[in-house]
Design a protein around this ligand. Structure first.
Ligand SMILES: [Zn+2]
Length: 320
């Protein structure tokens, strides 16, 4: 009798623990699904600044999001200086970035976010190989020129910007014509860390090839350049003229703006113009149906844009 009671009791205990395991699993799954919809983080233009990265990694550890979007200009200028001086380049991607993400992955385990990465015009293209190497370890997804799926959505990345006054041309292209605005250096000049046989190609050509036949209604496009003539591409060039020509204070891409108007992507993420939000007081703009957001930031600290994929218009920006 006692034995029987004990057996029944054990059975009940086992059943309870199985039930609680199932319940926990169901709760975790629905939590993950909620998270998928909820927490995405977008940062850009960290320029290898370790204090910004440390803030980012602390935040990722404390409140792991479903996804982290990194919009280019991620690496320190010291890489380029060493490259130009013919010295050994610091291996920031392996020694710092991949190392930090690997530690985060080990800590967060199943809660490790999807990490979508593109480079920016300040990132030497010679480092692309290192990003691809570490992608194989599952640390991030390098989305330059390609689509990856993200739940019911897709993510696409594109690093090229229109010609700038800067010399590094790895990630620059003519915009819609083979013209360069006053004060800027054409991509056919300057220097590169990798040879290119597409220096005459325009951003418009690229976007036509990559996106024209795509349905972008559920695609988050991450472009390092902001779209032209928006609150996101306003540069601090007021009153500046070169050879008696007044410089346009909007420095974004016409091709990207045209693409947004024509193909109406679900959402676009941008960086590049650090001072735009100080000058316009805004970091997001609605272009027809598309929510366009910039995470570029010139102040101290790190700007982090948080958004739910299903509610892009309710994005918020915090400065860490
Ligand atoms: Zn930048």
């Amino acid at each position: 009798m006692h034995q029987f009671t004990a057996k029944v009791f054990n059975f009940v205990v086992d059943k309870t623990s199985v039930f609680s395991k199932v319940k926990t699993r169901v709760e975790t799954l629905s939590l993950n699904r909620q998270k998928m919809a909820k927490d995405c983080l977008f940062v850009s233009d960290l320029h290898g600044k370790v204090n910004r990265y440390e803030k980012l990694f602390r935040h990722l550890e404390e409140e792991p999001p479903a996804a982290l979007f990194m919009g280019g200009d991620l690496l320190p200028a010291s890489i380029l200086h060493s490259f130009r001086a013919g010295e050994n380049m610091p291996d920031f991607v392996s020694d710092y970035l991949a190392d930090k993400f690997m530690r985060l992955k080990e800590k967060l385990k199943d809660n490790y976010p999807r990490v979508f990465i593109i480079m920016g015009n300040d990132d030497p293209k010679i480092e692309e190989q290192a990003l691809l190497e570490h992608e194989k370890k599952g640390l991030w997804e390098y989305v330059q020129g390609r689509f990856v799926s993200f739940g019911a959505y897709r993510v696409f990345g594109y690093a090229y910007v229109p010609p700038t006054p800067f010399l590094l041309k790895d990630w620059e292209r003519f915009d819609i014509h083979q013209e360069t605005k006053p004060g800027c250096i054409p991509p056919t000049e300057g220097f590169r860390t990798q040879n290119s046989n597409t220096v005459n190609q325009t951003i418009e050509d690229d976007l036509q090839n990559l996106l024209l036949n795509q349905d972008l209604s559920k695609t988050i496009c991450m472009f390092h350049s902001p779209p032209y003539q928006t609150v996101l591409d306003r540069a601090g060039l007021d009153g500046v003229s070169v050879d008696e020509q007044i410089i346009d204070v909007h420095v974004g891409s016409v091709a990207i703006k045209n693409l947004i108007n024509k193909k109406k992507p679900y959402m676009t993420l941008h960086g590049h113009i650090h001072e735009s939000s100080r000058l316009t007081g805004k970091w997001t703009e609605k272009i027809n149906k598309t929510t366009a957001i910039s995470a570029a930031w010139e102040g101290p600290g790190l700007a982090v844009v948080k958004f739910r994929v299903d509610q892009p218009d309710h994005a918020e920006r915090v400065i860490l």
